[in-house]
Design a protein around this ligand. Structure first.
Ligand SMILES: *Cc1c(COP(=O)(O)O)cnc(C)c1O
Length: 418
């Protein structure tokens, strides 16, 4: 395959006051400045890696998301879903904000424990766990975990008898970018059987959970899932079990968050007593908007003769693609919208990056491809710029902190950044 990036550096956006000429510009300016500083540095010392893509993380953005969470869902304790993005910079910062953590694997639990986070603040929220990971969790006293099937209860009985169990019920938002209903969640007609088995095995049921899917935008899916969770609570009570935690999972999107939050508050107030502890597992909500990725154009193909006549856009080849930080192009069919550096926001281009002024309103269209020789390594079929893009230019992609990135270590991807 050739080029497989294993490392992408992450830089923290500078907090310092920007120089005067930038002060009146967009609120994103610390990011622009950090990108410029990094690129200028890389170009001066070519060996430092001017050919590598890099992330800039804005922890201020993470803090703003956290404030928004606390304002809109004040009674819901967030457990950040580590699988979404496990960049140590982000995890450390979230730990300092006192969030909890949702871990899906032994590796994720180890990372969070190594940050000094107490096991009480960690959920092992994977309903289908390996036996080895159960042994690890029991030893580390990460006792709260989810389940949704009979065989899992046998594993738990054998390897984590002190588990504090949350039954994961089926939920699905048809509008979700990544629906999870087919993979996980107990259907309502199995709830009774599962809870009876919990009781028979002498295990401890502490709550009910669900996850409507990533990128959910339909508030009625949360409403339905909360109703179904309430049904599971009632079944548990009938069996003499006493669950006290409702876990409403992840799936929160910026665009619909406020509306979702209102709807969630209403159903919860209606269906659950205030004695119930409510928690959630937001991933993307915290990570996505904080990360900006800078990629360099390494080559270019200008269409000639018949291709040019047919209107096929020129091609840019950049140093990062679907085998690197653009997995989301495949996973979620996300359509990337790059900006050329120097035209990013309203920031003027700097020094030797100054481009010729193009005519007002002219549009340059390119298709953008990754560096591998794989024919599926296409980042975006067509992107429009208001300037020509040349070899050596940098392209900037915002909102790159979601599940697309190589800074994350979903299950065994190379761990990155410093
Ligand atoms: C992926 C996942 C999350 C996070 O989902 P987002 O859509 O990123 O908020 C939460 N909980 C579980 C169990 C998950 O698998």
């Amino acid at each position: 395959m050739g080029f497989l990036p294993t490392q992408t550096e992450t830089i923290i956006a500078e907090k310092k006051d920007p120089p005067r000429e930038y002060r009146k510009l967009s609120p994103k300016q610390p990011i622009d400045l950090t990108i410029d500083t990094r690129i200028t540095h890389a170009e001066k010392h070519a060996a430092v890696g001017g050919d590598e893509s890099f992330f800039v993380v804005d922890l201020g953005e993470v803090s703003r998301q956290h404030q928004s969470w606390k304002k809109n869902l004040p009674n819901v304790q967030p457990y950040y879903a580590v699988k979404c993005n496990s960049d140590p910079i982000l995890l450390k910062y979230l730990a300092s904000l006192n969030t909890g953590f949702d871990c899906a694997s032994t590796e994720e639990m180890r990372i969070i424990l190594d940050l000094g986070v107490h096991s009480d603040r960690i959920l092992f929220a994977n309903p289908c766990k390996s036996q080895l990971s159960l042994v690890f969790a029991q030893k580390a006293r990460i006792l709260r975990t989810t389940f949704d099937n009979i065989d899992e209860l046998d594993s738990i009985k054998a390897h984590m008898p002190e588990a504090q169990l949350l039954l994961r019920v089926y939920a699905n938002d048809d509008t979700a970018i990544i629906p999870l209903g087919e993979k996980y969640g107990a259907h309502l007609d199995t709830v009774r059987i599962l809870l009876a088995l919990v009781k028979e095995l002498g295990l401890n049921l502490v709550g009910v959970s669900f996850h409507v899917g990533t990128g959910a935008s339909n508030p009625s899916s949360f409403r339905q899932a909360i109703k179904d969770a309430r049904y599971a609570f009632l079944q548990a009570h009938q069996l003499g079990l006493r669950p006290s935690i409702l876990n409403i999972g992840g799936g929160f999107e910026d665009s619909s968050f406020k509306q979702m939050a209102t709807s969630i508050r209403d159903v919860i107030d209606f269906g659950f007593s205030s004695a119930i502890t409510i928690i959630a597992e937001p991933g993307r909500f915290y990570a996505r908007s904080a990360y900006t990725l800078a990629c360099r154009v390494i080559s270019r193909r200008r269409q000639m003769t018949s291709a040019s006549a047919a209107g096929i856009p020129d091609i840019l080849y950049q140093n990062d693609g679907i085998y690197g930080n653009f997995m989301n192009v495949i996973m979620e069919k996300e359509v990337m919208v790059p900006k050329a550096r120097g035209r990013y926001g309203s920031m003027p281009s700097l020094g030797h990056f100054e481009r010729q002024r193009e005519d007002e309103g002219s549009i340059y269209k390119y298709s953008i491809w990754g560096p591998t020789c794989d024919s599926s390594d296409c980042v975006v079929r067509e992107a429009a710029f208001d300037c020509e893009v040349n070899i050596g230019d940098w392209l900037i992609y915002q909102n790159m902190g979601g599940e697309s990135t190589h800074i994350s270590t979903p299950f065994g991807f190379e761990m990155v950044s410093n």
